[in-house]
Design a protein around this ligand. Structure first.
Ligand code: NAP
Length: 271
């Protein structure tokens, strides 16, 4: 009997880590569902897949409650129509611009970061829980975290506070799912390290404008090759998501170095 196709939702799939991950998951046999605001960027990712027709693009502003509700309905209906199971949910979309100091940290930026980095992962998980529970094997949820959650640095409040809250959401998912007995999804967090993406480069540009000290470290990582490529990180993420046993996945904070395939010896190894 042929296995039903495994769908994998990847948010923020129009660029950076999310785009690379969608491509890697498709190479490994999943059918990606690409989510992000820019329809053209999602299309570009879709055209890079081994079989673009096997994927779907669902443009959505994850900061909007109405758009999130529409996304949940559209994806649920599409899977019911196409067949297969929702097996993987990757909450990769992330925002949080720097500010020169606390006095100039925009409340609207924090609201947006909390909506995209924390509320959206909660609401999408809730919305698709029936599908995740119905998958033939345990479904897997992956949150993309960041080390900044544990290291307050000047000007990084918006990003750092939201990533810390996202970490607490991860812990909440774990304890609430642990109290269940059947058809429970497994949850992990992935901290990729420094990755050369358009998001990181834009963060560096803004942080430089704000005169923030941590930009020197990031600039250095981007110029001396210490920053990983999205593709390297995506290979590690896909390996953890698809190949890890339950104990190696559920409840773990996963790092690129631990799941790094040796295929690209020149890739930096440090976290
Ligand atoms: N790069 C790093 O060094 C690094 C390190 C640690 C963690 N991370 C995390 O990795 C994840 C991916 O980041 P990245 O570096 O690949 O940056 P990126 O290229 O900027 O990717 C972020 C993605 O999120 C999407 N997005 C932003 N706001 C959205 C919204 N309101 N609704 C829907 N989608 C939205 C963006 O697409 P649209 O603009 O089209 O919506 C974009 O494709 C983030 O969670 C980030 O915090 C990155």
């Amino acid at each position: 009997m042929t296995k039903p196709p495994s769908w994998a939702v990847v948010t923020g799939a129009g660029s950076g880590i999310g785009a690379a991950l969608a491509i890697e998951l498709a190479r490994r046999g999943c059918r990606p569902i690409l989510v992000g605001r820019r329809a053209a960027a999602l299309e570009t990712t879709r055209r890079s897949l081994p079989d673009p027709r096997a994927a779907m693009c669902v443009p959505c502003d994850l900061g909007s409650a109405a758009a999130r509700a529409q996304l949940i309905g559209r994806v649920s209906a599409a899977i019911a129509n196409e067949g297969g199971e929702l097996r993987y949910l990757v909450h990769n979309a992330g925002v949080g611009p720097p500010s020169p100091d606390l006095a100039n940290m925009a409340a609207g930026d924090l609201e947006q970061a909390l909506a995209v980095n924390v509320l959206a992962p909660l609401v999408l998980t809730q919305g698709w829980l029936p599908l995740l529970r119905a998958a033939g094997g345990p479904a897997r949820i992956l949150l993309i975290g960041a080390g900044i959650a544990d290291r307050a640095q000047p000007g990084t409040g918006t990003y750092g506070i939201s990533k810390k809250a996202q970490h607490r959401l991860f812990e909440q998912m774990l304890v609430d799912f642990a109290a269940e007995t059947a058809n429970t999804p497994q949850v992990a967090m992935f901290r990729p390290g420094v990755v050369d993406t358009e998001g990181l480069r834009e963060h560096c540009r803004l942080a430089r404008e704000c005169g923030l000290p941590h930009v020197d470290y990031l600039d250095g990582a981007l110029t001396n090759g210490e920053a990983r490529s999205g593709e390297t990180v995506a290979r590690a993420m896909a390996k953890a998501l698809l190949d890890a046993g339950e104990n190696a996945f559920n409840g773990q904070i996963l790092k690129t170095g631990d799941w790094h395939t040796q295929a690209h010896a020149s890739d930096p190894e440090s976290e």
